[in-house]
Design a protein around this ligand. Structure first.
Ligand SMILES: C[S@@+](CC[C@H](N)C(=O)[O-])C[C@H]1O[C@@H](n2cnc3c(N)ncnc32)[C@H](O)[C@@H]1O
Length: 199
């Protein structure tokens, strides 16, 4: 299949589908860091949506949509209009991906703030269901794809938090602290499950 991995610079999902023999390309406004620039399209993914893909897996930015960022939306219980406007722009991007003219679609994002009224996710997955000892609630919006099935469930895991939010909230000893760009990279166990089950 011809598969577009939207908003991916790490190439984690792209490489998992390539290993299964698919013609997969990552696309990001950033250069790829996955070691295969020949499988990477650098630029705005919206310009790629009508290029005849069989499947798209997308990881759009979540900074202005996520529920975790909601405290910034209502500082002192008053709506921050500038941040809300950025959130609406991010919603527009998300919806363009969700309604792309592609037969099979998976969009991945954290739990979103209800204020943006985006359609409900299809399922929630966790890294600890795919062999990584971390919790990080991840929502999937699926179109014409079956639910992703756990591959290796771990019972011991720690919370995965970005260093920014750890500083704000006070890091706890049972939390794994990462920079935000590291934190946003797809776990290989989840990428492999997608390629095995959907490829
Ligand atoms: C939450 S991160 C996802 C990273 C991904 N999980 C990975 O492993 O590389 C969102 C990504 O979307 C990219 N991005 C933002 N706007 C974009 C656009 N219009 N077209 C393509 N990529 C975009 C960002 O550069 C960033 O790498």
């Amino acid at each position: 299949m011809k598969i577009l991995i939207a908003c991916e610079e790490s190439q984690a999902v792209c490489k998992a589908f390539r290993a299964k023999g698919h013609e997969a390309y990552s696309c990001d406004i950033l250069e790829s860091s996955g070691g295969h620039p020949e499988w990477h399209i650098q630029g705005d993914v919206l310009a790629q949506l009508d290029k005849g893909w069989d499947m798209m897996i997308a990881h759009p930015p979540c900074t202005y949509l996520s529920n975790a960022g909601a405290t910034w939306l209502f500082p002192k219980k008053v709506l921050n209009q500038a941040r809300y406007t950025l959130g609406l722009k991010a919603k527009d991007f998300f919806v363009q991906l969700l309604t792309a003219p592609i037969a099979r679609i998976c969009i991945e994002n954290p739990v979103q703030s209800k204020i943006f009224e985006i359609e409900k996710y299809t399922q929630i997955i966790q890294p600890y269901q795919f062999g990584h000892p971390y919790s990080k609630k991840t929502c999937l919006w699926l179109k014409n794809l079956p639910l992703l099935t756990s591959t290796d469930i771990l019972n011991k895991y720690t919370q995965f938090v970005s260093s920014g939010s750890a500083c704000r909230r006070g890091i706890k000893s049972n939390q794994m602290k990462m920079g935000s760009s590291e934190r946003s990279k797809t776990f290989p166990g989840i990428a492999n499950a997608m390629a095995d089950q959907w490829g």
